[in-house]
Design a protein. Structure first.
Length: 134
């Protein structure tokens, strides 16, 4: 009787191994969980400044990001120092002397952190980024 279930079990195990291998099939790129558009409002002195980060992971190139500050130019400012360490993200924007570090929420829907900028008066400013598109 036990031998009758063996083909079914073998098929199930083969399917499970195939399903587990799916992330390596080229569709999923490790580190890409945060890919997409992230928006937040930088509040400083009672004014709100919309900031948009676009994070992209490409096989063989790693993860890159750009920054758009909606009410200012230029657009598509390169983020030179993007890195992720577990649930913390670090981004450096040398063109404007800015840095962001934040904690990624468990559901990958928000990054709560702080923005610092060289030459800006005061301490780091809170900035919460919300995922707009995956």
């Amino acid at each position: 009787m036990a031998f009758r279930f063996l083909p079914i079990l073998t098929s199930f195990l083969a399917f499970s191994a195939f399903a587990a291998a799916a992330p390596g099939d080229g569709r999923f790129v490790p580190g890409s969980e945060l890919d997409g558009t992230w928006e937040g409002i930088l509040s400083n002195g009672g004014m709100g400044l919309p900031m948009i980060f676009v994070i992209t992971t490409t096989p063989g190139r790693g993860t890159t990001a750009i920054l758009d500050v909606m009410d200012q130019a230029p657009k598509d400012i390169p983020v030179a120092g993007y890195r992720r360490e577990k649930d913390t993200v670090f981004m450096e924007v040398p063109a404007i002397g800015g840095k962001f570090d934040g904690l990624v929420s468990g559901d990958l829907a928000a990054i709560s952190g702080r923005w610092t900028q060289a030459g800006a008066a005061g301490s780091p400013v809170p900035l919460i980024l919300h995922r707009k598109t995956p």
